[in-house]
Design a protein around this ligand. Structure first.
Ligand code: Q0T
Length: 297
């Protein structure tokens, strides 16, 4: 991905679908306590970057994340400073407080699938939490479970962290608070989402602390979006097999159909997405936003 030339900002880092910039002062120095978090229109599926991009995806997910930060403000403070951002990224960027980020991917699961299901099938537990017998793909868990991972370097996979490893990294008190907050955020998310026809199977949040050590945990990054979480359509939930993705199913279905001509196992990149798949996918992001927030995109 080529970084944008944003007057007044310098590019810091690019993830798969989002980019970080730092504001530069009139003196040409980087402003030390702010960052610009930009959501692209890029879509990742099956660990490949899709082409073309999905129009408005960045703006929809930015507005959804801002809405969730507000819904969660009684639970935890957040890093949002302002949406007064350069026109080139208007609507899909947020000016945030620069924090010292915890070196733990704070993941909570309300439904069992993916890596959590694999661990359960091996051990009867996930991240040290023993689960009831007989759970299957898509089973709802008795309550959300904290299943943290490392923050792996680019190109490597995040690795599960045991409770002891999390405590060694964060200290016992902060580890307990990160676990409590992550589970509370997912529980709150599902209280709201389930009423609007969406199940949030799991989510990844990130916390930071103020560089001067003042205050407690601050919720950062993005929150409860289809990029950081598994969104499932509630009306199609049926434990016992992989659930359809709320937002990525059109892409997955087309890529795995004969129409695409793609052989995922062959290891080559996927073909360009056809216009109808791009449009249907955009519509699902807008639909998720409008159903959850009650606002028109
Ligand atoms: C490419 C987008 O960034 C990330 O994926 C994760 N990330 C977040 C930070 C961060 N660093 C300091 N302060 C913050 N408020 C944040 C935030 N959010 C760095 N990487």
């Amino acid at each position: 991905m080529s970084a944008l030339d944003l007057p007044g900002y310098t590019h810091v880092y690019s993830g798969k679908v989002r980019d970080l910039y730092a504001p530069v002062g009139a003196d040409g120095e980087v402003v030390p306590d702010r960052l610009l978090l930009v959501a692209s229109n890029r879509l990742s599926a099956y660990d490949w970057m899709m082409s073309p991009e999905i129009p408005d995806k960045g703006a929809v997910l930015t507005r959804l994340s801002l809405w969730w930060f507000d819904q969660l403000s009684d639970l935890v403070p957040n890093h949002v400073v302002s949406t007064d951002v350069p026109e080139a990224v208007g609507g899909r960027a947020v000016l945030v407080r620069k924090l010292e980020m915890l070196k733990v991917e704070a993941i909570a699961r309300a439904y069992l699938t993916g890596g959590g299901l694999e661990e359960y099938r091996e051990k009867g537990s996930v991240s040290g939490v023993v689960l009831p017998d007989g759970l299957v793909d898509g089973s709802k868990l008795p309550e959300p479970v904290f299943t943290p991972t490392t923050k792996a370097p680019v190109g490597e996979h995040d690795l599960p962290m045991s409770p002891a490893e999390v405590e060694a990294e964060l200290g016992a008190d902060v580890a307990a608070e990160v676990s409590r907050l992550t589970r509370a955020i997912l529980a709150r998310g599902n209280e709201i989402a389930a009423q609007r026809g969406i199940l949030i199977a799991d989510t990844k949040v990130e916390f930071g602390v103020s560089p001067d050590g003042s205050g407690g945990l601050v919720l950062a990054d993005e929150v409860l979006t289809p990029d950081s979480s598994r969104f499932w359509p509630a009306e199609l939930w049926e434990p016992g097999h992989p659930q359809p993705s709320y937002d990525k199913q059109f892409v997955r279905d087309w890529l795995t159909s004969t129409d695409s001509g793609w052989d995922r196992k062959a290891g080559g990149p996927p073909p360009e997405l056809p216009a109808h798949v791009v449009e249907q996918t955009r519509a699902k992001y807008v639909e998720a936003y409008e159903r959850l927030t009650g606002e028109t995109f």
